[in-house]
Structure formats: structure tokens, C-alpha cells
Design a protein around this ligand. Structure first.
Ligand code: SF4
Length: 498
């Protein structure tokens, strides 16, 4: 079957039955997963290009197919009030029910750009086994967008719950109520990207519409789930005071003032690479507005060394959690998430702490034949994904540590790999005086590094293949199509104001 020119891609060939189908009398099927409700003719695909009509039935093309699973921290997902600093296993797939002009995961969210080299195959059991073996308690359904991975998420999240794991759903949440009903029994945390408060912005920038997103947020919040909301502040388009005000008002009116809100810094990408990063003072202004209106927990995202990412007690102002980039440290919460100083509850959920791994010093091993590798932070590139594969038939250990000024390097940390295992994990700058990361890799371990541009970004290209980016605000391999969207959108905003 030809799928918009993708017939040569192996990943499109196999399919699985899909939920939420309506069979129509003319042989078409209607998909009830996202509010688009695509009516799909025999042999064709829906807007997302990962759901199709095969023999008159709705099928999913991406079941168990996604990008490489990646160990990150929960802060990567704009979740600040659930077990700060917690390790997560991030799981991203292929396709999306939206097509946002600035998408930093466009290479995987827009299925026509996905090639077989980007796709990894997992069973639900493999996902759970990997999380448990690496001491991870939270699965995060993320990156492109989990909505279009519905059936695989339901199957895996159910198994995860049975294994005692938590499920986090990070999404733009352009989804139907019927689909949310299927998610509610298995998802514990919803981190939702509310992209704007403007209907016109939704139509023009995301290709979706705002109403189902707002209804969806209300539904999961009133179902008692842990909810955090983030808003990308796009330079000169949505980073204005009005945007901060209307989003804050909606949260106050429809949810409650203790729902955490994150104003997130934008970087140029995809069809809007001809733009600039959000000025930081506009983010601070948005935070001040939201707090003055009564929101209790307001944060800035995609900035590193800034107190606006810390958590303070709403009652006594004590410092509760310090954050630097994607790292967090609990300094003032008790085991039940209350302020250690005054006992106030600031809407934090905490998980029981796992004992940290006993350190191993590689200097005590015979490391003369180990490969050494380094990466140095530069500009806005302050985190990387390291992907390592154990090509041998024996278990192996890889080491890494933080390179600091004056050679005051961090402790060696390690990750154990079973035979033939491929593993990917993030390392994010954790202190101003940190210069980069150093790796020690035993024989038989292949490795590559990927520069990460802001949180929840899944880079597909390795620096070993494309080199280090010189421009540190947008990825080196960019979108080749037209870049005319950004000026048009600025014009749209200005016309609205006139
Ligand atoms: S998930 Fe949404 S975009 Fe994809 S086929 Fe279904 S209705 Fe269409």
C-alpha cells in the first residue's frame, strides 16, 4: 500500500487493529481518536498518517514502533510537583494529530519524514523489563505526541501499573473524550501543553482547534489526576502579557490555583526557524502576571540558571526544590510532600526514594583499552542524549562523569547493560561551573551522542554523523521547506491588535 510516498518504508507495512473505529456503509472508516474524526477510504491513511483503512477496518501502523526509549528526568516533561528529580523512561512514537509550525520533533511527529533508521521496535513486556532493570518507576509517553500511539500505550501502561510503575502522559491533548475515557484507568500524571488561549492561534499554528484541548484538561483534572500545564511562549506571537493573563484566568476559573503552570521558552525550528528565542524578560513578566492573579506554582521552562525554576513554599516562602536545567534536588519537602519548615502542602506528590546505586570507580578496573569520549556544553546546548549499545554476549558497564572547572570533576556514575542491549539516556548540565561530560566505554560498546535542543526534544541525528552544531539555537539538520510561516503569524497577531 502506498502511504503518501512512504510505501518503501518498512515500518508502514505491518498493522494492528485500532480502537475507536466506526465502520461506514461505503467501506470507509471513521476514526474517533482525535477530534479530526478522519473519514478514511480503503487503502488510505488519516491526517496523522499512522492510522489507516485496510480491508474496511481501522488499523494502527505504529503499534510497538517508536523512537529509541530514553532515560530522562521528570523535569524533562514539565512536571515539577511529582517526585522532583525522578528518573523516567521516555517513550516516543511516530506521527501526530497536529502539525505545529515550530515543532522541534517534526522529524518524527510528521510521519512522512520518518525513515526506517529512526524506528525501534518494542513489545509492552520489553518496555516494562527495561524500566524495572534500570530502576525506573515512571514511564513517560511523550515527544511527538502520545495520542496517536493509543493502543500500544493502553497495553503497556496496563502492564506497567500491574508492575507498580507510574504512567505520565505528556501531550498537546488534541484528543476525543472517548479516548480519554480509555486512558483514565491507566494514566496517573497528565502534563499538557496548552499552546495558547487563542482559537485563531490554534487554527493557524497547530492546525487543530482549542475547544477539545480545554475540555480534555478539565476532564482529567476532575477525574483527580495530577495535572500540570505548560505554554510555549513563541516570540512576538504568544509571549505577550495578554496570553499569560487569559491562560492564568482559565486555570483559576476551571481548575484551581495550585495547578502548576510552566511558561516555556521557544527556540526557532521546523517552519519557524527564521525566528528568535523568547526574550527571558517576557517569560518573567508572564510569571509575575500569573502569580499576581493568584496562581500558586508558576515556573519558567527551557532556561537553566534561574530562580524562576525553583519551588518555594506558598505559605512560608522556604526553598523546597532547587532546579538547574533538567536536574532537581529536594531541599525542603518531607516524605509526604509537605514543607519541612511550616508543614504546608504545596501540591507535591513524592515517591519513596530508591537507594542510589553503589558507585564503582573505573580506576579500580583494567581500563587501558576503554574508549574515552567527551562532550562540552556550548551556548544553549546544555543536555545530550547518549546512546550506547552492547554488541557483546556478556554484560558490560559504561561510565560517565561531569567535567568541572579546575578539574574538580564529578563522581563516576555507571549504567549496566545486558548482552546486546541498546540504551539511551540524557545528561543535562547541572551547575554553572560544569563544562561537559566524559565517558569511559569498554570494548564492544558502540556509542553516539545527540545534541538536545530544549526539553522533550528527541534528536534523531548523532554528532558522530553530522558534527556539532555551530548555531546553538536550532538543530543543524533543519526543515528544507518554506520558512514563510513566522512573518505571516506576526502579521496575524498585529492585525488582531489593530
Ligand atoms: S488519530 Fe486523528 S488524525 Fe489520526 S486518523 Fe484518527 S482522527 Fe485522523
Amino acid at each position: 500500500m502506498s502511504i503518501n510516498g512512504l510505501s518503501t518504508q518498512k515500518w508502514t507495512q505491518e498493522s494492528q487493529p485500532a480502537n475507536l473505529e466506526e465502520i461506514l456503509s461505503d467501506g470507509s472508516v471513521k476514526c474517533h481518536l482525535s477530534p479530526r474524526n478522519c473519514v478514511i477510504k480503503e487503502g488510505r491513511v488519516g491526517f496523522c498518517k499512522v492510522r489507516a483503512n485496510r480491508n474496511g477496518r481501522l488499523v494502527t501502523l505504529n503499534y510497538g514502533k517508536g523512537v529509541h526509549n530514553t532515560q530522562e528526568t521528570i523535569e524533562t516533561e514539565a512536571v515539577f510537583h511529582f517526585s522532583p528529580g525522578e528518573k523516567i523512561l521516555s517513550l516516543g512514537n511516530i506521527g501526530c494529530m497536529l502539525n505545529c509550525g515550530y515543532c522541534h520533533n517534526w522529524k518524527t511527529s510528521q510521519a512522512k519524514y520518518v525513515t526506517d533508521k529512526d524506528v525501534y521496535y518494542y513489545t509492552p513486556e520489553q518496555v516494562i523489563e527495561s524500566a524495572l532493570r534500570h530502576g525506573i518507576k515512571v514511564l513517560s509517553w511523550t515527544y511527538n505526541d502520545p495520542v496517536v500511539w493509543h493502543e500500544f500505550i493502553l497495553d503497556t501502561a496496563k502492564l506497567a501499573k500491574e508492575a507498580g510503575l507510574i504512567n505520565l502522559y505528556k501531550s498537546a491533548f488534541f484528543i476525543t473524550e472517548e479516548a480519554i475515557d480509555e486512558l483514565l484507568p491507566v494514566i496517573d500524571i497528565f502534563s499538557i501543553s496548552l499552546k495558547s488561549s487563542s482559537s485563531e492561534y490554534y487554527r493557524k499554528v497547530t492546525t487543530g482547534w482549542i475547544e477539545p484541548v480545554l475540555e480534555g484538561i478539565k476532564k482529567v483534572y476532575h477525574a483527580g489526576k495530577h495535572v500540570e500545564i505548560s505554554t510555549l511562549m513563541v516570540t512576538d506571537i504568544s509571549d505577550n502579557e495578554d496570553s499569560a493573563r487569559t491562560i492564568s484566568k482559565w486555570i483559576l476559573d476551571e481548575l484551581d490555583p495550585s495547578v502548576p503552570l510552566h511558561f516555556v521558552r521557544f527556540h526557532p525550528d521546523y517552519k519557524m526557524a527564521n525566528s528568535t528565542r523568547t526574550p527571558i524578560d517576557r517569560l518573567h513578566k508572564a510569571k509575575t502576571i500569573a502569580q499576581e492573579m493568584g496562581l500558586k506554582h508558576v515556573y519558567l521552562g527551557n532556561i537553566n540558571d534561574d530562580e524562576a525554576t525553583n519551588s518555594y513554599c506558598y505559605q512560608c516562602s522556604s526553598l523546597l526544590v532547587t532546579r538547574y536545567g533538567l536536574n532537581a534536588e529536594n531541599v525542603g519537602l518531607d516524605k509526604t510532600g509537605h514543607c519541612l519548615k511550616c508543614g504546608h502542602y504545596n501540591n507535591f506528590i513524592t515517591l519513596q526514594k530508591t537507594h542510589s546505586k553503589k558507585p564503582i570507580n573505573p580506576k579500580h578496573l583494567n581500563i587501558s583499552d576503554y574508549e574515552k569520549k567527551e562532550f562540552h556544553w556550548h551556548g544553549d546546548i546544555v543536555s545530550i542524549h547518549a546512546q550506547v549499545a552492547n554488541t557483546t554476549n556478556i554484560s558490560n558497564i559504561i561510565f560517565f562523569r561531569r567535567i568541572m572547572e579546575n578539574k574538580m570533576h564529578g563522581e563516576w556514575e555507571h549504567i549496566s547493560l545486558v548482552p546486546k542491549e541498546s540504551y539511551r539516556f540524557i545528561i543535562a548540565k547541572s551547575k554553572p561551573q560544569e563544562l561537559g561530560t566524559e565517558f569511559l566505554l569498554p570494548p564492544g560498546i558502540s556509542s553516539n551522542l545527540h545534541e538536545v535542543f530544549d526539553r522533550a526534544h528527541f534528536p534523531t541525528e548523532a554528532i558522530e554523523d553530522i558534527g556539532i552544531s555551530m548555531n546553538d539555537t536550532t538543530p543543524k539538520i533543519g526543515y528544507k521547506g518554506k520558512q514563510n510561516m513566522y512573518p505571516q503569524l506576526i502579521k496575524m497577531v498585529n492585525n488582531d491588535e489593530n
